[in-house]
Each structure stands twice: as C-alpha cells, then as structure tokens.
Ligand binder design. Structure first.
Ligand code: NAD
Length: 371
C-alpha cells in the first residue's frame, strides 16, 4: 500500500514544492500522474468530408490524440485515408457496420463529423457500442434529440463531447480570463455577427432534414455559444426576427437571416445576426463598465484577431482542432476540466436556445429560457 502510494507520488509530473511557480494549466497537468498524461486518445473519424479533412490534418500535430479508425460509406475514401493515415483495415467500418467498434480495443472514441440531422442516431449507436463520442456542432437538430443523446451516453457510461473548438482557442481564453479577473467590469452588452454567403443550392446545408434548419444551425450557433462564453452566463430570454430574400434557395424551415437578442441574469443584453446571405460576418464585440473587447475574425479557423481597451490580443495561433483534440484527450483520459465546458449539456443548452429562437420567429413573442 505504502509502495503504491510512493509510486503514485513519483509519477506526478512535479513535486508539490514547485507548484506555486507553475501556471494554472501546468498545475492542472502536474496533478495527473505522468503515465496517464502519456496515454493517447485513439479516435475513429466518422464522415470523411470537408471538416473531417481539416480535423485529420490538425490531429497530425496532436500530442495526446491520434486517428486509429475510419467510418465512411465510400470505399474509395476509406482506401485513400487508410493509406494517408496508416489505418489498418480491421479498424475501418461503414454506416451499416460501425456498431462493431464495440469489439475493437484500438478505438477509445468516435468523432461524428456528418450532416447535423444524422448526429442523433449515430451518437446513440456509438454510445451503445460502449465508446466515448465527440460530436460536431450543432450536436443535434433540436433539444429533444439532444436530451436523448445526453441520456444515452450517461446510460452507457461514456463521455459525450461537442466540437466547440473555440473553447480551446488561446485569444478566446485570454478574454475569458480577463472577464473573470474583472478587467471589463460588469458586462453590459455583447454583439455577435456570424454569417457567410452560401453557394451550391443542392448541398445538405440547405436541406431541412439533413441540416435541421439553415444558417442558425450552421453558423448562427457561433454567436449563441459565443454570447454565453463571452458574457459568462446563460441567457434567460430571447427575442428573434427572421427575414428571407430568396424563397427558392432557402425553403420552408431553412432560415436565411435571423436577428436575435438575448437577456442575461446579470443584466447584460446581446444583439446577434445569423445569415447565409452576407459575407465578412465573423465579429464579436463586448463592452463592460470598465473596458471592451472586439474580435474579428472571432470564430473562423484563425488566426483569431482582436483588441481590448488594454491593447492587442496577442496569444500565439495554433490550429484549433489540434488544441481541441489534445484538450479532449485530457478530458476523456484524465477527467480534466476545460475552462468552458464542451460536454453534452453544453451542446444541449445551445439547442434549447435555437429551439427558442425559432419559436420567437414563428410567434413574434419573447421566449423565456430555462437552461
Ligand atoms: P461535408 O459535406 O463536407 O461532409 C459530410 C460528410 O458526411 C461527407 O463525407 C459525406 O459523405 C458524409 N455523409 C454521410 N451520410 C451522409 C448523407 N446522408 N448525406 C450527406 N453526407 C453524408 O460537411 P462538413 O462541412 O464536413 O460538416 C460535417 C459536420 O461538421 C456538420 O455537423 C458541420 O456543422 C460540422 N462542421 C463543424 C465545423 C467546426 O468548425 N467545428 C466546421 C465545418 C463543419
């Protein structure tokens, strides 16, 4: 017993005497036994499309996460990706067979990177196969689905994380540190502008069944989630107004442009824009009683740029998905806590707000939120 305790203490990365000289992040890492810090999260990627391509490239720079499996409906893609990332054939599946990851000891987690409308069923199947799940945003297409996913992962005893890469981005974390330190004073107002002009009218992002909606599901969610991590509270009400200039491209249930407003318990208000019909919209602004921050780009792939009343935000740029996947490995393997949550409940909160925004557009009425 005494020996095992001594071994445990020897495995800690640093001695207690050194702790006061370490940054917060180093302290958190130091508290994890070293042999556990060396463990690597072995991830199967599901859906080998545009975003998975970016994730896979960024994961080549990860220290604690690596690709060990592939799930795709296209054999030619599996062949190409297997060669590129040296994945054994026995770790490759299609959408009919991926429940078999249950019996694969080389896979700890599956990262679901498919169209939004498929996330619900796929995440639940992965959970039932006993593997941790990382799911792209939006986690699902409504809060009911999101709740079922949270419940399924809890029942299966696996973790559910959502691909909120901004929660690991250094300039964003610096703004959150400043806010927590009171450097902006009492937060009064947040503005989030999220949008781009979407092309090809036949893509899944403009199909209600696969996308779950329109710009709000895809890009507006950055202003929703951003308002929460910037203000540091969950909103208690929402109002929203929808406008549509093209009824052919943006069919019923596929939103083109929505403006929405949020109210927060501390008195702050937010004013946001979500659109598929305007470019150059990737901007956050927030003001408090003692200072302000503006970020543009604020949620794109970076480098994230911005300034506060104290000067330029100058944290180094690292590929977001590299930081995200190393961070998620720590959460899954070591039980470490991120500064801003990335779990299923965090994803569910955004879905509840999206449901309320659509209800506010349909009724013209302010919606109360209970997150
Ligand atoms: P994409 O169209 O490039 O890729 C989607 C993949 O899913 C393709 O490989 C496609 O073959 C596969 N797929 C499986 N079943 C399908 C079906 N029935 N219909 C259509 N495709 C099917 O899309 P993407 O841009 O990679 O987006 C995938 C997910 O990632 C979405 O949920 C999106 O919101 C999310 N995403 C997140 C970020 C981010 O920064 N976090 C960025 C882009 C996309």
């Amino acid at each position: 017993m005494r020996n095992s305790r001594r071994n445990f203490l020897q495995q800690l990365a640093v001695s207690a005497a050194a702790m006061p000289f370490l940054t917060f992040e180093q302290q958190a890492l130091a508290l994890v036994p070293q042999n556990r810090q060396d463990r690597v999260l072995r991830v199967a990627l599901m859906g080998l499309g545009g975003y998975a391509t970016r994730v896979a490239e960024a994961m080549q720079s990860c220290k604690r996460a690596k690709i060990t499996g592939l799930i795709s409906g296209t054999p030619a893609k599996i062949k190409e990706w297997r060669a590129k990332y040296r994945i054994p054939e026995k770790n490759c599946y299609n959408y009919e067979t991926f429940d078999q990851v249950k019996d694969n000891p080389d896979i700890d987690a599956v990262y679901v990177i498919t169209p939004n409308g498929l996330h619900h069923d796929q995440v639940i199947r992965v959970a039932r196969a006993g593997k941790h799940v990382i799911c792209e945003k939006p986690m699902a297409i409504n809060a009911r689905e999101g709740q079922e996913m949270v419940d399924a992962c809890r029942d299966a005893g696996v973790k559910l994380l959502v691909g909120y890469r901004m929660h690991f981005e250094p300039n964003t974390l610096e703004v959150i540190r400043m806010r927590n330190a009171g450097e902006f004073g009492k937060i009064m107002f947040f503005q989030g502008l999220s949008g781009f002009k979407i092309g090809d009218p036949t893509q899944w992002r403009l199909d209600k069944t696969l996308a779950g909606g329109g710009a709000m599901m895809d890009i507006g969610i950055y202003s929703i989630n951003g308002s929460r991590y910037m203000v540091g509270e969950d909103p208690i009400w929402v109002t929203a107004q929808e406008t549509k200039t093209d009824e052919v491209k943006f069919k019923a249930g596929v939103d083109e442009t929505i403006q929405f407003q949020l109210g927060f318990p501390g008195g702050a208000v937010a004013s946001c824009l979500s659109t598929y019909n305007m470019n150059y919209l990737d901007r956050f602004f927030m003001t408090g009683e003692k200072g302000f921050v503006e970020m543009q780009p604020s949620t794109g792939y970076g480098p994230i740029k911005g300034r506060t009343h104290q000067g330029v935000l100058a944290q180094p740029h690292v590929m977001h998905q590299t930081l995200q996947m190393d961070g998620m490995a720590g959460i899954i393997l070591d039980g470490s806590q991120p500064v801003v949550p990335v779990d299923g409940l965090e994803g569910l909160k955004d879905l509840k707000i999206i449901d309320a925004i659509y209800a506010a557009c349909a009724t013209g009425q302010r919606q109360e939120l209970s997150l």
